[in-house]
Design a protein around this ligand. Structure first.
Ligand code: F6R
Length: 263
């Protein structure tokens, strides 16, 4: 796992956007446009804003790029402003100018959710898999909506949101009870198949989850610890999110001594 501790939230966004832009450019050269995995929530918003600014400035060409979202609420009208379909359109598809036909979100409104989950897995496979999956982490250590005790082998499926996650996400709804109870999420096994993982976290509220993810045991009670299994996982955090790490001096030392050619 590569750990980059940077000064603040703005530096997290710059660092992450640079990695994503690198993948988009590399794939464009290979003539097969990049397949990105995108997250909702607050953590990646700065990264999307930096990418959108680069597209507007003509510094980044996203022609042909496709995207797969991690998750969606179950039982929320897809047109609801807080459905992840709406959030991804507002924060990713429109600002970056992606082709909406190439942006996919799990279908949380399907009559047959199991079939919709299987279809989503198939769509990712047919796209050639995800090149880079951008992730945030929940205060309880979830990634996607894989709540504590999710299997490391799990695939896209219906999950029950933890009470803490519903409380954390209540800020997006008019009342805490309006937060849906169920969701559809890519599984940890699905996420681990992305060729690169890039997790961003900012602020004190994430410090404990970040410490468990990086330095805790590999354990399904901290689903984000699954990143320890991935051969190309990068974690980009600000000083506050790094504040409970025991070995931050070591990570900073490694970051300063990166071998030539590695970013
Ligand atoms: C969102 C997602 C979640 C969030 C996590 C952190 O698609 O999958 O895992 O990344 O809940 O949320 P924020 O960034 O709002 O703190």
């Amino acid at each position: 796992m590569q750990i980059a501790i940077v000064a603040d939230a703005a530096a997290v966004a710059e660092y992450a956007a640079e990695r994503i832009a690198g993948v988009i450019r590399a794939r464009a050269e290979s003539a097969a446009p990049a397949v990105l995995g995108v997250a909702t929530g607050s953590s990646p918003l700065g990264t999307y804003a930096v990418l959108a600014a680069r597209v507007r400035a003509g510094q980044l060409d996203v022609t042909g790029v496709s995207a797969f979202a991690l998750d969606e609420y179950v039982g929320l009208d897809p047109a609801h402003p807080e459905s992840y379909r709406s959030v991804i359109r507002r924060t990713v598809t429109e600002p970056l100018g992606l082709d909406p036909e190439r942006v996919h979100v799990p279908d949380g409104a399907a009559a047959d959710l199991e079939a919709a989950c299987a279809r989503y897995e198939r769509l990712i496979r047919e796209a050639g898999g995800v090149d880079l999956q951008l992730l945030g982490v929940g205060a309880n250590g979830h990634i996607g909506f894989n709540e504590p005790t999710s299997s490391f082998a799990s695939r896209t499926r219906v999950k029950t949101l933890a009470p803490q996650t519903r409380a954390d996400n209540a800020r997006f709804f008019d009342a805490p009870d309006s937060v849906p109870v169920h969701c559809v999420t890519q599984g940890l096994g699905t996420i681990l198949e992305a060729r690169q993982l890039l997790l961003v976290a900012q602020g004190e509220g994430k410090a404990e989850a970040v410490a468990q993810m990086i330095e805790g045991p590999l354990a399904s009670v901290c689903p984000a610890s699954a990143l320890q299994l991935h051969p190309d996982a990068v974690v980009v955090i600000d000083q506050a999110a790094a504040s409970q790490l025991r070995f931050s001096d070591y990570y900073e030392y490694v970051q300063d001594q990166l071998p030539e050619g590695s970013a």
